[in-house]
Design a protein around this ligand. Structure first.
Ligand code: ZN
Length: 398
């Protein structure tokens, strides 16, 4: 088998051009028309490699599912998302960086995969058998289609590759084999309103109780566990119940003479293992009850959203394989075992499943007007992913 070690300059130019074209398609979350155009373009490209592609419509846009010829479950699954946070703006090129919405997150990752397929085709190298590609439309927003597609396809996978962006940590490009879980919480405090001049001691401040909770909750942050209180709104009940119409009270003297009887506090915490998350949840519940007793207020505490972590143990061998193959293409890769951001992989709901994430190129300015991708990293990642797919085709998992 002839093996070309490098992408030719014509091939590089071709893929950079395709990435610029993908980035000029505006496909922010919720833009159903834009997401359809993006899905159609990916369909054309994948059909060119012989994949059987179908688009499943959902309320948040199309889910693209592509199967390699004769693919049957269980699948080697490649996952990504079609949506971006910001709509497309001008696509600019400065040296070896391409600036555009979605350049790194993650149209760059999709192009990496397509270019890796092309490289394997040129080398007449086999693809892993039973390859399935799933691209979702709403990873950056509601995630309702993402959750469903990941759980559905995760159930029929033996291994998952995620083309989310890599990072640079201490000067080294990374891949990701584990991600933290995340939970969102909400605390409501019901106190007792009273005139602060005439009947101060009859009042029970929901605001003071909520602050007490916040102060204590933040001290749960330790090691891998981080807790962020994101929002605290308090005041008299009429203010809180009618916030959108009463916001003009802020900055005035109106009703400052009322002991505030209502507070809502929201936040999130991140954890590296399910057990650690459960313990944090119990600690917050106990803390809410303790504050209620000490402050003579009533509290309601709820976990409003729960995303499980990606266990790095299942995919460790895969990450080590990628690290070894990366050296062949001149890339010293570091492995992230515990990345803080949630990705598609968090919704697979299969702690036993080997996952290798962060296979896309590195860049910066994600979700801003200054988002860019490194085109040199793109070329390296194409070669790495091609080598990885080739080896997965030839050497079975341990
Ligand atoms: Zn992303």
């Amino acid at each position: 088998m002839k093996r070309k070690a490098h992408l030719s300059s014509a091939a590089k130019a071709h893929w950079e051009q395709l990435l610029a074209e993908f980035c000029s398609i505006s496909s922010p979350s919720g833009d159903l028309a834009g997401l359809h155009i993006m899905a159609k373009r990916c369909t054309q490209e994948l059909e060119g490699f012989g994949f059987l592609v179908r688009l499943q419509d959902t309320g948040t846009g199309p889910v693209l599912v592509a199967l390699s010829p004769h693919a049957r479950p269980p699948f080697t699954l490649v996952v990504g998302h079609l949506d971006t946070v910001l709509p497309a703006g001008p696509v600019r090129r400065k040296g070896r960086k391409l600036y555009a919405s979605g350049a790194v997150d993650m149209k760059g990752g999709i192009v990496t995969f397509l270019a890796a397929l092309e490289l394997l085709k040129e080398q007449q190298a086999p693809l892993p058998p039973n390859l399935a590609v799933v691209l979702v439309p709403d990873e950056e927003s509601s995630g309702s289609a993402t959750r469903q597609a990941m759980a559905e396809w995760g159930a029929h996978a033996t291994l998952v590759l995620v083309v989310e962006p890599g990072e640079i940590v201490k000067g080294q490009e990374t891949v990701v084999c584990g991600r933290k879980g995340m939970a969102e919480f909400m605390l409501r405090v019901h106190g007792q309103a009273a005139h602060s001049g005439l009947a101060f001691h009859q009042g029970r401040s929901a605001l003071a109780a909520a602050c007490h909770f916040v102060h204590r909750a933040e001290s749960l942050t330790q090691g891998d566990l981080t807790l962020n209180v994101s929002r605290l709104v308090a005041g008299d009940g009429a203010f809180l119940d009618n916030l959108s119409k009463q916001a003009d009270l802020l900055g005035t003297s109106a009703r400052l003479n009322v002991v505030p009887d209502a507070a809502v506090c929201q936040g999130e915490f991140r954890f590296s293992e399910g057990k650690q998350g459960e313990e944090a949840k119990k600690a917050l519940q106990a803390l809410a009850q303790e504050v209620a007793r000490q402050r003579h207020v009533r509290v309601e505490f709820a976990i409003t959203h729960w995303v499980p972590p990606v266990d790095s143990r299942a995919g460790a061998w895969l990450a080590e394989r990628a690290q070894r193959l990366a050296r062949e293409v001149g890339l010293e890769l570091a492995i992230e075992h515990n990345r803080g951001g949630v990705s598609l992989a968090n919704f697979l709901e299969r702690p036993d499943l080997p996952v290798l994430d962060g296979l896309g190129p590195v860049g910066g300015g994600m979700h801003t007007d200054e988002e860019f991708v490194s085109l040199d990293s793109l070329a390296r990642r194409v070669r790495l992913l091609a080598r990885l797919l080739q080896e997965l085709a030839q050497v079975p998992p341990p």
